[in-house]
Design a binder for this molecule. Structure first.
Ligand code: NOJ
Length: 514
């Protein structure tokens, strides 16, 4: 396990929209470099950069055309290497986004694979034996290639699935996982990883990490075996490199697959969405809404068994949002977000903050861009100042990659840096506290002290610290242990105190007691 993860706090950057230094309306590597001090000042010491590789951008870069070359719109490979160096100089680690499940249909491997003559790449993708033979049970495309066959997709039409084999092949076009051509796909992906690790990257966020082996069993043992093999390579060659999976199945990703971290994703009705995004299920009873109608047990009942099952082997991580999800500001105001972030940044695992969430950027209703559809509204330019294009770019407004939020009162970094009570200041305070108190870091003990169905506050322990939060506008109390009676307030949003064996919290409050 890379040691640096213990105190890591990630900042996710959608490079298109972070900071544009050459005035072409789209973010670039130099822009990220210029803002590293900002990121460090925020308290984040690790980056996850969304795919920044050469691509026709039918899915914002998740359709890679060349794994080893960056997209010219962000700069050159040398600029990215410089970014690694500048980040490291500031104690910041950098994860790139690895897309192992599919490539762009314009990737040279695919262009070879679709040829009628058999060649080294014929089996790099999944093909049936004839254009009139469907790939039953899969999304597939036929009628477009020189080759007489249909090919399987992994996501959009532009993303043919790479071939890692089938756990239990049922048709003659389905190769077993140990077929040399399937092993070659895995080795090709390891080669891509080595390339970036050798140039200074610190690991990968892995896209659709559970999607490699087809006809996999319920426990995804075929796909996990591939990741185990990758982990063995990393342990031997790059022991400080970190891997975080987009999986949302920590028992599989961490315990079986050997990922160091797995994210909790916002799947409708799951424990995580009950905290911040309950509206997708109808009436909004998100736990962090100030009407207090939420229920922390909807989260804990699901989270705790997973946390306990995986904590010896890795980190089950919480995110503020990501490029696929509506921003938390969509349904929570800044006072609600402060309590929500207090929770996210004091829980075990490694927290992930999506750019702009630290100032409460809004979700905008926008027409789709680069395959974003409903996700586009969470991908708008970072709001640095109240100046032209929110300080993101000097280009004419109509040349921007996506429009900036021009609403009156739209938040900006500059305005919030000048305000002690801003969301940004609260995020900085919380992250400072996390770095100062070892008990709050990724592997510190976590224990629920008070969590009752439909009741508040929520009280929990991290190591020797007692924490309590009350998202509601009512004053609330809960019993605590005798040993907690003498504890003092180390940090508070609002007010909270322990008297005798009772903890009381003022409306919308969060408190850490030591
Ligand atoms: C998950 C990524 O986060 C998403 O943005 C992308 O569209 C799909 N995987 C396909 O790669």
């Amino acid at each position: 396990m890379p040691k640096w993860l213990k105190d890591a706090v990630f900042y996710e950057i959608y490079p298109q929209s972070f900071y544009d230094t050459n005035g072409d309306g789209i973010g670039d590597f130099n822009g990220i470099i210029e803002k590293l001090d900002y990121i460090k000042g925020l308290g984040c010491n690790a980056l996850w950069i969304n795919p920044c590789f050469d691509s026709p951008f039918h899915d914002a870069g998740y359709d890679v055309r060349d794994y080893k070359k960056v997209a010219p719109r962000y700069g050159t490979n040398s600029d990215l290497y410089r970014l690694f160096g500048e980040a490291h100089r500031r104690g910041i680690h950098v994860l790139l986004d690895l897309v192992p499940g599919h490539t762009s249909e314009e990737h040279p491997w695919f262009l070879e694979s679709q040829k009628a003559e058999k060649n080294e790449y014929s089996n790099r993708y999944i093909w049936t034996n004839a254009a009139f033979q469907p790939a039953k049970g899969f999304l597939y495309i036929g009628g477009e290639t020189e080759r007489d066959g249909v090919y399987v997709l992994n996501f959009f039409k532009s993303q043919p699935a790479l071939n890692y084999g089938f756990l239990n092949p049922e048709e003659d076009w389905q190769l077993p996982v140990d077929h040399p051509d399937c092993v070659a796909t895995r080795e090709a992906m390891k080669d891509v990883m080595r390339f970036w690790l050798d140039h200074g990257c610190d690991g990968f966020r892995v896209d659709m990490a559970d999607s490699l082996v087809k006809n996999d069993d319920e426990k995804k043992s075929g796909t996990s075996a591939i990741w185990r093999n990758v982990r063995e390579m990393l342990d031997a060659e790059y022991p400080e490199a970190a891997m975080v999976s987009e999986w949302n199945g920590p028992e599989m990703a961490i315990n079986q697959g050997g990922f160091h971290m797995d994210f909790y994703l916002n799947w409708s009705g799951n424990g995580y969405s009950s905290l911040l995004r309950d509206y997708e299920m109808g009436e909004d009873h998100s736990f962090f809404k100030k009407d207090g109608s939420g229920d922390i047990l909807r989260f804990l009942d699901e989270y705790l068994p997973r946390y306990k099952a995986t904590r010896e082997n890795g980190y089950y991580c919480l995110i503020s949002c990501n490029h696929d999800t509506k921003r938390p500001k969509y349904n929570l105001d800044d006072s609600e977000l402060k309590i929500a972030y207090a929770f996210l940044f004091t829980m075990p695992g490694v927290p992930f903050l999506y750019y702009g969430d630290e100032i409460g950027m809004r979700y905008l209703e926008l027409k789709t861009k680069e395959g974003g559809y409903g996700r586009t509204g969470s991908r708008t330019p970072m709001q640095w100042t109240s100046e032209k294009n929110a300080g993101f770019s000097t280009c004419p407004a109509d040349a921007l990659y996506l429009p900036v939020d021009t609403a009156e009162g739209a938040p900006s970094v500059a305005a919030q840096e000048a305000d002690r009570n801003s969301l940004l200041s609260t995020v900085k305070d919380l992250l400072r506290l996390r770095h100062e108190e070892e008990d709050l870091q990724a592997d510190g003990d976590f224990e629920v002290v008070y969590a009752e169905r439909g009741k508040l506050p929520f009280v929990y322990r991290r190591g020797s610290l007692l924490l309590a939060l009350n998202p509601s506008t009512e004053r609330v109390s809960a019993p605590v242990a005798e040993a907690d009676a003498g504890k003092n307030v180390l940090y508070a949003i609002g007010n909270g105190e322990v008297k005798g064996q009772e903890i009381t919290l003022a409306p919308q409050s969060f408190v850490v007691l030591k």
